[in-house]
Design a protein around this ligand. Structure first.
Ligand SMILES: Nc1nc(=O)c2c([nH]1)NC[C@@H]1CN(c3ccc(C(=O)N[C@@H](CCC(=O)O)C(=O)O)cc3)CN21
Ligand SMILES: CC(C)C(=O)C(=O)O
Ligand SMILES: [Mg+2]
Length: 301
């Protein structure tokens, strides 16, 4: 008998089977632990980019999970993508519950490890903090791990109310599509010193209220990068906000090259160079992780 210590057991060589194909044997995804709030905070602290997409159904949710996505958002963009509405204003809480249920079941079918976020739709949280809690409860009981709500200022106390009651919250500033009629269109927000300072102040207040995540949509890249450096307890997720955020999100159909209307400028079509949907999703995760998406010249302001 030698005294040589036993070498650590090498990772299983067995390829990880998914319903959509086989992942490479050494893939860290094969044994990935569930993404949780502490793990997201750890990724944020280490500077590992957080990759997020929207999902509206069980099949795409399972595929994105297999591709190694960190977070999925059941976005109220489903009103435009799935229901054919021309804005997100008409999306009901019942529709959000239905799609959250479907996505959550898809993740359970494959023992998914993805962090699941659901949008509180227009009109489901504006009336009172109690209304927001009741609406958030519907989505959490449908399988969401976190809810997202749009806006700053008055939303701060709503965020605090939910977080104090054990509901993780993602905030959303910049282009907030539920208020498109007040904003005057889907255009860049936070441009100029005054608008930029207001957005920053609102973001800090949301972090102090306990928001663990903040979507920044269509804001100047420099503003998003500055905020990202300032907010250490809240991970920024950009969409059309440049490469300086802690993570990125896109609408799933957009990054697969499918869009009923005008493709926003911040989108990259990951199907263009991929042989299929799973490789396109994997390419997105990889591009977010290695910083090659977005390209500041092509996908930001
Ligand atoms: N399919 C889809 N993708 C999205 O990103 C998305 C939705 N739906 N629905 C909800 C909101 C609406 N969003 C939008 C919609 C349109 C533009 C758009 O047309 N942007 C123009 C710039 C317009 C301007 O600056 O005046 C662009 O060229 O990107 C951007 C974001 C983002 N969200
Ligand atoms: C675009 C993302 C951030 C969103 O809110 C949605 O898909 O509804
Ligand atoms: Mg939304």
């Amino acid at each position: 008998m030698s005294n040589t210590p036993t070498p650590p057991t090498p990772p299983s060589e067995a390829p990880a089977a998914t319903p959509y194909g086989t992942l490479p044997p050494a893939s860290p995804l094969a044994q990935r632990k569930p993404v949780s709030l502490p793990r997201l905070a750890d990724m944020h602290a280490r500077g590992e980019k957080i990759a997020m997409l929207t999902a509206y159904d069980a099949t795409f949710a399972a595929m994105a999970d297999a591709a190694g996505i960190d977070c999925l958002l059941v976005g109220d963009s489903l009103g435009m993508v799935c229901q054919g509405l021309n804005s997100t204003v008409g999306v009901s809480l019942e529709a959000m519950r239905y799609h959250t249920d479907s996505v959550s079941r898809g993740l359970r079918r494959v023992q998914g490890t993805t962090w699941l976020i659901a949008d509180l739709p227009f009109g489901s949280y504006q009336e009172s903090r109690e209304q927001a809690l009741a609406s958030a409860t519907v989505l959490m009981q449908a399988g969401a791990h976190m809810v997202k709500l749009e806006g700053g200022g008055w939303t701060t106390e709503t965020v605090r109310f939910l977080v104090e009651r054990g509901i993780p919250v993602c905030a959303h500033l910049g282009l907030t599509p539920q208020t498109v009629h007040a904003l005057g269109g889907y255009r860049v927000q936070g441009k100029g010193d005054t608008a930029g300072a207001l957005l920053k102040q609102q973001a800090h207040a949301l972090q102090d209220a306990g928001a663990a995540m903040l979507v920044l949509e269509m804001v100047p890249a420099a503003l998003a990068a500055e905020l990202t450096a300032e907010l250490t307890r809240c991970a920024t997720i950009g969409i059309g906000a440049g490469k300086g955020t802690a993570g990125q999100v896109l609408v799933l159909h957009d990054m697969l090259g499918i869009n009923l209307g005008k493709m926003p400028k911040f989108v990259r079509n990951f199907m263009a160079d991929a042989p299929g949907v799973l490789p396109a999703l994997q390419a997105y995760v990889q591009a977010v992780k290695n910083g090659s998406f977005p390209d500041d010249r092509l996908h930001a302001w």
